[in-house]
Design a protein around this ligand. Structure first.
Ligand code: ZN
Length: 347
């Protein structure tokens, strides 16, 4: 208040030098800008405890309402013909389209379709999925939800399908690196060892990209030969971007399409001017913590699904986002996805 009166006095006093006025003006602007930045960036992240979750979503009805709201907001649309002319059928927990006369629920056309599991349980599983940074095992989830481990495993695989990575290209400054996932050859039983192989043999190779905003894309690759790496880079990074890799030979000859910076890890160099791969390596560290701490094993067949789980949490489900917004992101991505058990096992 005092400062405000002083400012009024200064502006009302014609004897005060213009220079002092402009200085005060800039000081005020600086203070206001500071407040704006504080409210934008220092906003406290709203987390949701298990108690909060259960209070907010006490039953099936609350879960359906939340998922419907995230899918359609205020206007329910028929998933068969996209008509807005829809009547609710509360007794059946669903809706009927006046145009095509078909019945549907919020499950229709989503990853939840054909599932007998209540949406309240699905929503709690989604809550656990986005809040456990290292993932949640099917055994643990089966205890949380009161179902068999097999059902919990299938549910988790459908959530991983939901969190599938987009095909969006990365741009600007992108770190590139690869990680090796799987049991060490030295720890295997004698009859399971690969003849002539060393410690790093038979591991799955995962290729990863991370842009300057922290967005990560990753997938398995069969080898680290130049053509394999180049194909993945061209598929994921816009030409003309700045890319940063380590000294691996497979990354040679990429300068025609990209500005290529390198760090020499074998010489213990981790930052070389702008060049670094520390960002993508922090993602590998998290993936490996999930491997060693939660899952203990990723089968080669399903490894990309586990990678989708970790990229989802990195990009849309990380702890700098309100818990409810992480669940919302997962809900929205459930539309248009499906995964049948037969496809999961045989595909
Ligand atoms: Zn319809």
């Amino acid at each position: 208040m005092g400062l405000f009166l002083f400012v009024v006095w200064v502006y009302g006093n014609t004897l005060v030098l213009n220079k002092l006025k402009s200085t005060l003006f800039y000081l005020l602007m600086f203070a206001i800008l500071g407040q704006i930045v504080y409210f934008c960036y220092m906003k406290k992240i709203q987390t949701l405890s298990v108690y909060d979750f259960m209070s907010r979503f006490p039953d099936e009805k609350a879960a359906i309402k939340f998922i419907e709201n995230k899918r359609w907001e205020e206007n329910i649309i028929c998933p068969y013909c996209n008509s807005h002319e829809v009547v609710s059928r509360p007794a059946r927990k669903g809706h009927r389209c006046k145009k095509c006369r078909k019945d549907f629920t919020v499950k229709t056309g989503t990853i939840f379709e054909h599932s007998n599991i209540k949406l309240h349980k699905w929503l709690y599983a989604m809550y656990l999925f986005v809040t456990n940074r290292k993932g949640i095992s099917s055994l643990q989830l089966s205890k949380e939800l009161g179902m068999t481990q097999k059902s919990a495993w299938f549910l988790l695989q459908r959530l991983r399908e939901t969190g599938k990575q987009s095909k969006e290209m990365l741009d600007n400054f992108v770190e590139i690196d690869e990680a090796y996932i799987g049991g060490k050859e030295a720890n295997k039983h004698a009859n399971k060892k690969t003849p002539g192989s060393q410690g790093g043999a038979n591991k799955d190779i995962v290729k990863g990209f991370r842009d300057k905003d922290g967005k990560v894309k990753a997938e398995t690759i069969p080898n680290i030969q130049h053509l394999t790496l180049k194909e993945k880079i061209n598929k994921n990074i816009t030409k003309g971007a700045v890319i940063c890799t380590d000294e691996l030979k497979g990354y040679n000859n990429l300068s025609d399409d990209y500005t290529h910076l390198r760090v020499n890890h074998s010489a213990k160099e981790f930052v070389n001017g702008m060049a670094t791969t520390n960002g993508i390596e922090s993602f590998w560290a998290l993936l490996k913590r999930g491997y060693y701490g939660t899952y203990h094993h990723f089968s080669t067949k399903h490894l990309n699904r586990y990678i989708n789980e970790f990229t989802f949490r990195q990009n849309e489900g990380n702890c700098s986002i309100d818990t409810i917004d992480r669940m919302t992101a997962l809900c929205k991505k459930s539309v248009g996805k499906s995964l049948k058990y037969k496809v999961l096992i045989n595909g």
